[in-house]
Design a protein around this ligand. Structure first.
Ligand code: ACO
Length: 344
């Protein structure tokens, strides 16, 4: 069976920044509380009301295609992990497929909150492993500002907007996505959810007045499950592949809270230099956090590096993945730079 490898990455970040100082003017909070409880200093927000998740996902896909020198018509499937689709339907994947000109692709959206990218990556990998496809685009994209209540200090400090994309292709023997663990448990579904807008609570004046179209979270309780769940699966994926902390080059964690990430790294026996961390700059961008990390660390990644990707999110959904990185990232970064110089 051919494994699937990530062979290219790309990203989109809105330009506007929402800093902790900005939030101090909006709700009763302060920089010290936000930094010490979450690790976040600022997030990017797509304030433009005419642009949404499909726009960000399209830009991330274009960035990837440009860096990889690939024509969109070669893409066979587009999977978009998101909980903030432009509309319930058509799927964001359809909008992105059209916008990038992926004329031969099919695709769909996948909803698994903060584990969405991991689940989408696992799904995309199956298409490669089965031999059905050779080029699958997997994108994590969320405009969290569209479902965030900026009068609720317990949630509005946490989230940001972003999109990031990866390309999956058949891997050389021994490389790529080597193992995955995925789990869901709906028993605590109400601890982290957006109560209205779906078929249970369609939009009414009442649902709007009760702010039911925003994300709601019982933070302290979710924290307890997240800290345990993310560490458990990360340690399990290491154990069943015979990996120790020394073998792992990077933990690529979902960026929900610095304290959850630190606890996971500790249980995996990893030092801080082996943890990809950008929550400080972007906050929690839900499905975009893991591919954003891969994009931002691409230049440091080398063929053969052992990565553990790990996430926990609403649902609950959680999982971990063991990846043997398939290419030297410094060469891609260098050639992208040369291309930009050549283009002037
Ligand atoms: N500024 C100042 N004070 C605040 C703020 C704020 N922004 N927010 C809450 N507080 C107060 C609370 O009111 C509370 O006050 P009280 O003790 O007087 O009641 C106090 O701070 C402590 O509140 P907690 O909720 O216990 O704070 P905690 O240390 O748990 O941190 C946080 C909150 C950051 C939300 C944390 O619980 C967390 O990270 N939870 C998990 C998030 C997560 O992993 N989600 C899953 C992924 S997201 C997804 O799937 C979409």
């Amino acid at each position: 069976m051919a494994r699937a490898a990530i062979t290219a990455v790309g990203r989109f970040l809105p330009e506007d920044r929402l800093t902790n100082a900005d939030l101090e003017k909006m709700v009763d909070t302060n920089d010290e509380w936000i930094r010490s409880r979450t690790g976040i200093r600022e997030r990017r927000i797509l304030w433009d009301k005419d642009k949404a998740t499909a726009y960000m996902a399209t830009e991330a896909a274009k960035d990837l295609l440009r860096k990889r020198g690939l024509d969109a018509s070669e893409i066979e499937a587009v999977i978009i992990a998101t909980v903030t689709p432009d509309m319930f339907f058509p799927a964001t994947a359809c909008l992105v497929q059209h916008a990038i000109g992926a004329t031969k692709a099919w695709g769909f959206d996948l909803s698994a909150a903060c584990s969405g990218f991991l689940f989408a990556l696992s799904t995309g990998a199956s298409f490669i492993e089965s031999g059905r496809h050779e080029k699958v685009l997997v994108i994590g994209a969320d405009k969290m500002s569209s479902i965030t209540d900026y009068t609720d200090r317990t949630t509005c400090v946490l989230f940001g907007d972003a999109a990031a994309a990866v390309l999956l292709e058949p891997a050389d023997e021994g490389y790529g996505i080597l193992d995955t663990i995925e789990q869901i448990d709906g028993a605590q579904a109400d601890l982290l959810c957006m109560p209205a807008g779906g078929s249970l609570n369609p939009p009414t004046h009442e649902t709007i007045d009760k702010k039911m179209h925003f994300l709601h979270q019982q933070g302290r309780q979710v924290f307890r499950y997240a800290v345990e769940g993310m560490a458990d699966v990360s340690v399990e994926v290491m154990a069943r592949n015979g990996l120790t902390g020394d073998d792992v080059r990077y933990l690529v964690p979902h960026q929900a809270n610095l304290r959850i990430i630190d606890a996971t790294a500790r249980r995996m026996g990893l030092t801080k230099d082996k943890v990809m961390l950008n929550i400080e700059r972007y906050g929690n961008t839900t499905a975009a956090t893991i591919p954003l990390c891969l994009n931002d660390w691409e230049h440091e990644l080398r063929r053969g590096d052992n990565l553990v990707l790990s996430a926990f999110g609403g649902g609950f959904t959680w999982g971990a993945m063991y990846v043997k990185w398939a290419y030297d990232g410094d060469k891609v970064a260098a050639s992208a730079e040369a291309e930009m110089v050549a283009e002037g």
